[in-house]
Write a protein that binds this ligand. Sequence first.
Ligand code: GDP
Ligand code: GDP
Length: 439
Amino acid sequence: MTENQDGPLPVVAIVGRPNVGKSTLVNRILGRRAAVVQDVPGVTRDRISYEALWNGKRFTVMDTGGWDPKATGIGASITRQAQFAMETADVIVLVVDSQVGATDTDLAAARVLRRSDRPVILVANKVDDERSEANVAELWSLGLGEPQPVSALHGRSSGDLLDLVLDAMPEAPREQEQEEGPRRVALVGRPNVGKSSLLNRLAKDERSVVDSVAGTTVDPVDSIVTLGGEEWRFVDTAGLRRKVNTASGMEYYASLRTEGAIQSAEVAVVLLAADEVISEQDQRVISQVVDAGRALVIAFNKWDTLDEDRHDQLEREVERDLARIKWATRVNISATTGRGVGKLADHLRWALASWEKRVPTAELNQFVRALVQETPPPARGGRAPKIKYVTQADIRPPRFVVFSTGFLEAGYRRFLERKLREQWGFSGTPIEVSVKVRE
Ligand code: GDP
Ligand code: GDP
């Protein structure tokens, strides 16, 4: 069954020097003999794109083409290929001939691709039988993580490779990542924490513009607010400006509105009242943001009301009740006096930067390999799973896929998440670590 895939398809670029088997691999992926133009000496073969289908998912395979004889040598040509792939593809496959081993040209390509912020998969091609697998280990030296042994010609392990490629693929192709206009913020929290007061404060201090979409909307939904020298789109603020009574039954609609705002936003400010105990209802709003995978800023409002006792008590509550979102950035504000409100923009920017952060594949694998060596996953039933490869499959929020020979327990996955956070921060964003088991 084919998933519903509207819009541009994700792109997989196949990179490598001539004769490593790129075209053969492309044909293998397409599952038929595609009309690949014969290489004619002196004629540059263009980059050719094909539409492919695997496990119900459609994507584009881009053969980055042959050697451009006009380039000053093959090294320059392959470096250009790699750079082009990094700019245009969602996943990059570097093909190396395992019978030849890593050549200087392969090393040059790998050096470029190590800086890629897109997932890079290293293919050791021409592993036609078990015996040839001995050649593969040497290719670790390319610094791109574990080489995937494949025989493009005979199809050996090509299904595994495609699984790996699909798992590394982002949920949305890269074109959709860059969007126009101000960043979208949801201002959420249970009733009476001060959402409308804060919005009024932002409007007053920052000369907010009420945005009527194309002049046709009578009831503008969003507010454009200038904060910290930048415009922000506070989404779904109509309900905040026009106070709705909180009679019974309204809570249900309030929570629907909260969900809607979170879905439309990139980052959510969850407002909590510093003068009250953190409640179930507060926790629910926080969970909505985390579950939706949005960046998160926690703002303690009504800070003007705090005395020393309440302050100490609050810090203890935060320790105890917000332990699961230790990574969220936190700011203390007062909508009434304006205290701390100016800092909000910085927190939004930090959270969004983490939300969109991408760790290069090589760096990621190097880190995880060292980590696993020091603290291997615990054995289950006498057999310890081996972690083979890690890739960051997505951003907004960051999503990591760990390929392992066996099931990794929740405790170990949390350990990996904690270490990834220690290494790269990700403050202000949820991250996801999932495991794919491959023998
Ligand atoms: P490209 O220049 O990188 O596109 O390489 P081609 O796909 O044209 O392959 C170059 C040569 O390697 C051809 O003769 C292929 O038949 C051969 N080849 C490709 N894949 C394999 C493989 O898995 N095993 C073996 N033994 N030969 C292969
Ligand atoms: P909403 O339901 O979240 O939109 O909350 P409101 O903005 O209506 O605020 C609820 C109550 O808290 C109102 O009486 C506000 O005046 C009060 N309030 C809001 N922010 C602050 C603040 O920073 N300090 C103090 N002392 N009171 C506040």
